[in-house]
Design a protein around this ligand. Structure first.
Ligand code: SF4
Length: 495
């Protein structure tokens, strides 16, 4: 509901839909993480207010026949005009994105015809450290609901059962991620004491084997707001903290996270503390101190570190809101240097996305060539999936980048999506025909042959997948398989 609070494109039905508040018939919608808003709604109802009169609580969306009660609101393009003209939806999204902050955000009014409005109040304020501690220290069951017993439980549960949530919020601002619409850009962190208390409870559980699987959140290495200004005046509405370059005001410092990880790994009963939530490598690069990366490599990963460059073509990265490929390359060099220093043989496993808006067949081929040169074969790839309330979804649906209103070629044909995806796993026999078609269509027959650089061999039989393996592939493939399960869990958790 949080991400469908205003009109949105729905990929499942391939339709532009109204706010879910109207379609569900609910009276009030709470968006974001909701704990504070939920208490305020409960208090208001306890005081005798009818739920239909609760129009003033931050972090809620309500229906109304008038806008008289709205102070300093912004009128978004109305639903009918967005249905007719996709540009209007891109414009609406851009306004929404600039109003996701609790300090600077203004009420947003979306009209559904005469005297029919859906009104979004500004987001609820971020929780304090004490409030976040209180939320996470409620007496949870730490179990799946018994309704899942018949299906043998929830597979991902084993991964999160011994994981600690240390923060929420993210100022990463990737275009394909809805985190800023949901948790906001201001990072909120739990105290060390609270996390240690939770770890101690974990240790006492009979099935705890000594391994804490994760200490993270949307971005593991964010433990404080991006800068001082964010807390005092709100986040910059028209600027991103890490894109296109790291903002000069950012406070890039891992001291607190390093101290937390040290405390956790010294707890009696703990053999190893893993970090499996994604780390922002551009933020790591902004911190000149090597301590975090050294200790991460030394103590908190097991053979490989998963990071998310997502693509290699700079114009696709630009649309994704990710740093240029030079930043990833620089991070690879720093990672290697640190592993040489600590004497560890460890590898980077990159997350990659195929068919993101703006990505052409040529870009997907460039990605396949990078994979070939890295000696890495992803077991799983992520094909772009248009989830509600992301800039990338707006690009997919409207063909416009809502951040600058420039046209974007979005990949919507199932055939091309399949080709782009197949290129990322070009060695798989079942992908042979698609890869061959893609290479021919893009005029890259030079990559079909027996040479070292060729992706596939000539012919059209499905069994002819892949060229000769290069040194290092087998080693990396083994490493990939080992953690594939946890990798998919990490993605689920992030979103
Ligand atoms: S000043 Fe920079 S770091 Fe601070 S909120 Fe704005 S963009 Fe982010």
């Amino acid at each position: 509901a949080s991400l469908r609070r205003l009109a949105h494109y729905d990929y499942w039905s391939d339709r532009f839909r109204r706010s879910i508040l109207l379609d569900s018939g609910a009276d009030l919608l709470i968006y974001g993480m909701g704990e504070l808003a939920m208490v305020e709604v409960a208090d208001a109802m306890n005081s005798g207010l009818n739920i239909r009169d609760i129009t003033f609580i931050p972090g809620t969306v309500y229906k109304s026949r008038t806008t008289d009660q709205v102070w300093d609101g912004i009128t978004l393009p109305d639903f009918a005009s967005m249905q007719k003209d996709k540009t209007q939806y891109a414009r609406s999204f851009s306004i929404q994105e600039q109003n996701t902050d609790s300090i600077s955000g203004r009420p947003l009014i979306e009209s559904y015809g005469e005297h029919r409005y859906v009104i979004q109040n500004p987001p609820m304020r971020p929780v304090t450290t004490q409030e976040l501690d209180d939320i996470y220290e409620l007496p949870y069951e730490n179990a799946w609901h018994p309704v899942y017993d018949a299906e043998g439980g929830i597979p991902a549960f084993s991964e999160i059962r011994f994981s600690l949530t240390s923060n929420r919020g993210c100022y990463g601002g990737c275009s394909f991620c809805a985190l800023n619409f949901h948790q906001g850009r201001i990072v909120q962190a739990r105290s060390h004491e609270s996390l240690i208390r939770e770890a101690k409870l974990m240790i006492r559980r009979p099935d705890f084997k000594g391994y804490i699987h994760d200490v993270g959140g949307p971005t593991a290495n964010f433990r404080h707001p991006a800068c001082r200004k964010q807390i005092e005046k709100g986040v910059c509405p028209n600027r991103q903290c890490l894109f296109p370059k790291v903002c000069g005001n950012i406070h890039a410092d891992h001291t607190d996270y390093v101290a937390l990880l040290r405390e956790l790994r010294q707890l009696p009963g703990v053999k190893k503390v893993f970090v499996r939530s994604g780390i922002r490598y551009d933020y790591v690069m902004a911190d000149p101190d090597d301590t975090f990366l050294e200790e991460l490599c030394q103590y908190h990963i097991s053979g490989q570190l998963r990071v998310a460059p997502e693509h290699v073509s700079d114009h696709v990265l630009q649309l994704m809101g990710k740093p240029g490929s030079d930043v990833y390359k620089a991070f690879c060099r720093r990672f290697e240097k640190i592993n040489r220093k600590t004497g560890k043989q460890q590898f980077l496993v990159p997350y990659l996305i195929s068919s993101h808006p703006g990505s052409t067949l040529e870009d997907a081929i460039a990605l396949a060539e990078t994979i070939r040169d890295m000696g890495f074969q992803p077991d799983q790839v992520q094909d772009f999936y248009p989830t509600p309330s992301t800039a990338s979804t707006v690009m997919y649906y409207t063909g416009i980048d809502p951040r600058n209103m420039q046209p974007v070629r979005s990949v919507t044909s199932p055939k091309e999506k399949a080709m782009q995806r197949a290129l990322l796993q070009y060695r798989r026999p079942e992908n042979y025909n698609l890869v061959r078609q893609a290479l021919i269509q893009a005029g890259r027959e030079d990559l079909i042959g027996y040479g070292e650089k060729c992706l596939i061999r000539p012919g059209n039989a499905a069994h002819r997948g892949g060229s000769r393996k290069r040194n290092g592939n087998t080693r990396n493939e083994k490493a990939n398989k080992k953690t594939e399960r946890s990798r998919s869990v990490g993605r689920t958790k992030k979103h």
